[in-house]
Design a protein around this ligand. Structure first.
Ligand code: HEC
Ligand code: HEC
Length: 262
């Protein structure tokens, strides 16, 4: 038996294995942090350090403004905060009712449309306010709505939102159509969450509209408009990302389901 210690520099086996391990680590580092990132065709790095940081998952702030891509169309300027318009008083609702007299032609006397315009009765106040603001700034284009909101102030819009939110929604017509798969469970492989995760009673995302009972033609048009980017006022493209990934059959099924399920 040799008295020699294993972990000693004189032990040739020890130094060789340490050397091999170090070499593998170094090669792994160069391949993983430099070679692979730099050879990735879609990424542009400003030098080796940039590539290393990116491979390590560290976000790099762009140093020049040219790297920030801005949309070449108006986007929404409304910041949506949950519960931001929840506490309306009777005065605001009353003022809203007066202002709403010029909306009844299309949106109905009690906020329920007979003419394929969206129903507004019982809609979340944030949604009404945000959409009116977006029509005014041009973030949501509509030849019909744009002239109607041109002279509304932010406070008028809050009053209109309070009034419509206060009106009762349509009650259940009980058609009993079963929930299509796209609505019930989304399409996880295509990154679509169930609609109800944002539009439901439970998982209501601030700014996402109450959809039940809207005219089927309206729902259909909106989904197609989001998919084609013709409507682009959704914050962070939340709704466009969903609509783009939907098939025409799914758009059909979801529109029918929501239209028939007040
Ligand atoms: C001449 C018909 C007409 C009149 C009058 C009208 N609207 Fe509209 N409104 C529409 C149509 C059509 C749309 C759907 C626009 C689209 O397709 O993007 C709409 C959309 C809306 C939306 C968006 C609803 C949603 O769920 O996204 C709101 C809010 C709204 N109108 C409020 C009003 C208010 C408030 C008034 C009165 C000041 C008014 N409208 C007057 C036709 C009208
Ligand atoms: C990640 C959350 C999210 C999911 C999931 C989602 N939506 Fe939306 N949706 C939104 C938001 C937010 C808006 C409001 C966009 C805006 O600000 O104008 C919206 C708007 C809409 C509108 C327009 C409503 C109106 O009156 O203006 C329709 C129609 C719609 N969604 C249908 C669907 C359907 C159908 C599904 C399921 C296939 C779905 N959404 C899934 C977040 C979502």
């Amino acid at each position: 038996m040799s008295e020699e210690r294993v972990a000693a520099l004189r032990n040739r086996w020890f130094t060789t294995s340490i050397g091999i391990t170090a070499a593998i680590t170094l090669v792994g580092f160069v391949v993983g942090f430099l070679w692979l990132p730099l050879s990735h065709p879609s990424d542009r790095f400003r030098g080796a350090w940039d590539a290393i940081c990116s491979a390590a998952g560290l976000l790099n702030k762009p140093s020049s403004s040219e790297q920030i891509v801005t949309a070449n169309y108006p986007t929404t300027r409304v910041e949506v905060i949950p519960h931001m318009l929840d506490s309306a008083d009777a005065v605001s609702i009353g003022r809203g009712a007066t202002l709403a007299l010029r909306c009844t032609m299309c949106h109905g006397a009690r906020g329920l449309s007979q003419a394929n315009s969206p129903n507004l009765a019982g809609q979340y106040p944030i949604v009404i306010y945000k959409q009116l603001m977006d029509f005014k700034t041009g973030a949501r284009g509509s030849a019909v709505m744009a002239p109607l909101v041109a002279d509304l102030t932010a406070s008028d819009m809050r009053d209109l939102a309070a009034y419509y939110a206060y009106l009762p929604r349509i009650t259940d017509s009980g058609t009993g159509r079963s929930m299509p798969r796209i609505v019930a469970s989304g399409a996880p492989l295509r990154g679509i969450a169930p609609c109800g995760a944002c539009h439901g009673e439970v998982g209501a995302k601030a700014g996402a509209a109450w959809l039940e009972g809207q005219p089927v033609a309206y729902l259909h048009t909106q989904l197609e408009a989001f998919a084609s980017n013709a409507r682009h006022n959704d914050i962070d493209e939340q709704m466009r990302n969903v609509a783009r990934a939907m098939t025409p059959q799914e758009i059909d099924a979801a529109s029918r389901y929501y239209a028939e399920h007040p």
